[in-house]
Write a protein that binds this ligand. Structure first.
Ligand SMILES: Nc1nc2c(c(=O)[nH]1)N[C@H]1C(S)=C(S)[C@@H](COP(=O)(O)OP(=O)(O)OC[C@H]3O[C@@H](n4cnc5c(N)ncnc54)[C@H](O)[C@@H]3O)O[C@H]1N2
Ligand code: MOO
Length: 418
């Protein structure tokens, strides 16, 4: 198994970096160091709705003896032209609006009478509407002293022009994309999310929702694998079930190769009579088929068809999913330039006895609780048990040379959610 993983990964390199629109870059890794060309905030601005004042004008102000100032204007967020605030003057100012020349601080509207002329502290809500309707040439009473810089968000206090704000390799989530937008970047250089085409093979497969005839089953692997590819960070395209028919499989491959960085298939890799998958892959490139000392997931195929990497996974649903987690996920994450390509492995105490075939590394499904450091086996070992698989959050790994594990022993657990 380890040899197979190493062989698969030896053929995979990170995708070349491209410039993407910000929202298309979500979940990608940065391929450049990003420095800001601007200060943030870009100008001194108010953090409160209130009045831009000169501090000397408010010295000693109290509710009983307020400072009475002349309101010379109103500054909304986005204002370009600013009034100059002289001695005895003030300008009404909104949150985010530029602090006008002459002003040294902002008195929140609650520290004033809101221009009501009553000398009573303004209720911020009513003061806003009173002041807006009564025009700019009025007086306001400031009821307490305001210190230099109060309620002003200084230019460059968040970050300065020239400062490196994100480093190559950083994962772009909502806050990193927001930061890029805040410094005025419309596009960014990243390693793109790989485009993964998922197709399942088998003439017994029926599209979920369609009637299921005798001997047929609903195609579940293509859903599991497409969702798992998305979960790994890929852009995944699900191609429905392809029958065991060489002409149809050829046509599907021709159609899909153009948009694939990676092709993942399920089914047809064992020793069955309908070797359509192996036959068609052989026509398009080189795909090796192997039998690994693991369970589930014994038969595996990997290689390239027309230059595109391909992993051919076994058809049994649990086998294909576990193969994906152990082999395909690291490939996708290598292509993305992610540092953590594997699922995390922890040690946990197994609550029940386990049995395992000699000479095969077994991956049993389990429920791991980090609080107890324990893992409880879920369901049996059969590779068709999708019910139990959906109730599991981890895989319990039993080494090749062990045929049983006593309850209470410590085991390796592969977490499927980390
Ligand atoms: N004589 C032998 N028979 C088998 C061997 C073996 O060594 N010798 N290996 C077994 C193991 S292990 C596995 S795993 C499977 C792998 O078989 P294939 O990859 O060829 O897969 P299929 O035969 O097409 O399907 C196996 C099983 O899975 C069901 N299946 C397939 N595709 C889907 C799908 N998209 N959604 C849901 N279920 C699917 C299929 O109906 C079969 O039941 O071979 C063993 N046999
Ligand atoms: O090894 Mo197969 O993958 O068990 O079901």
């Amino acid at each position: 198994m380890d040899e197979h993983l190493a062989d698969v990964l030896s053929d995979v390199v990170p995708l070349p970096a491209i410039e993407l629109q910000l929202l298309d870059a979500q979940g990608c890794r940065l391929a450049e160091d990003v420095s800001s060309e601007v200060d943030l905030p870009p100008f001194d601005n108010s953090s409160m709705d209130g009045y831009a004042v000169r501090t000397a004008d408010t010295a000693g102000a109290t509710e009983q003896y307020p400072s009475v100032l002349t309101v010379i204007g109103e500054i909304a967020a986005g204002a370009g032209e600013l009034p100059k605030v002289g001695p005895g003057q003030t300008a009404r100012i909104m949150t985010g609006a530029p602090v006008p020349p002459g002003a040294e601080a902002v008195a929140p509207v609650e520290w004033t009478d809101g221009g009501s002329g009553t000398g009573k502290a303004a209720d911020a809500m009513t003061a806003a509407s009173t002041s807006a309707s009564s025009g700019a040439s009025e007086e306001v009473r400031v009821l307490r002293p305001v210190t230099e810089g109060a309620h002003i968000r200084r230019r460059g206090s968040d970050l300065s022009a020239g400062e490196r704000v994100l480093e190559a390799g950083a994962l772009l989530g909502p806050t990193q994309l927001g930061l890029l937008a805040a410094i005025g970047r419309g596009t960014v250089r990243v390693r793109p999310r790989p485009r993964v085409v998922v197709l399942s093979t088998g003439s017994e497969l029926v599209e979920p929702g369609e009637p299921v005839g005798p001997g047929q089953i609903s195609d579940s692997n293509s859903y599991t694998l497409t969702a798992a590819a998305q979960d790994a960070g890929a852009i995944a395209y699900r191609v429905g079930g392809v029958p065991d028919d060489a002409a149809v499989l050829r046509a599907v491959l021709e159609d899909q190769l153009g948009r694939a960085d990676l092709i993942v298939t399920s089914g047809g890799v064992s020793v069955g009579a309908y070797d359509v998958v192996k036959e068609v892959f052989a026509e398009y490139g080189e795909v090796d088929f192997r039998r690994l000392r693991m369970q589930p997931g014994k038969p595996q195929g990997f290689g390239r068809i027309q230059g595109t990497p391909l992993l051919a996974l076994p058809g049994n649903p649990v086998s294909s999913y576990i193969s994906f987690e152990l082999f395909v996920r690291p490939v996708i994450r290598t292509m993305m330039g992610a540092p953590d390509i594997h699922r995390p492995v922890v040690r946990a105490v197994c609550t029940a006895e386990l049995r395992s075939p000699a000479g095969r590394r077994q991956f049993l499904r389990g429920w791991y609780s980090s609080a107890d450091g324990e893992v409880v086996p879920v369901g049996g070992e059969g590779s068709h048990l999708v019910g139990a698989l959906a109730r599991a959050n981890c895989l319990i790994a039993v080494p090749e040379d062990e045929t049983s594990v006593a309850a209470g022993r410590t085991v390796d657990v592969v977490l499927l959610t980390g």
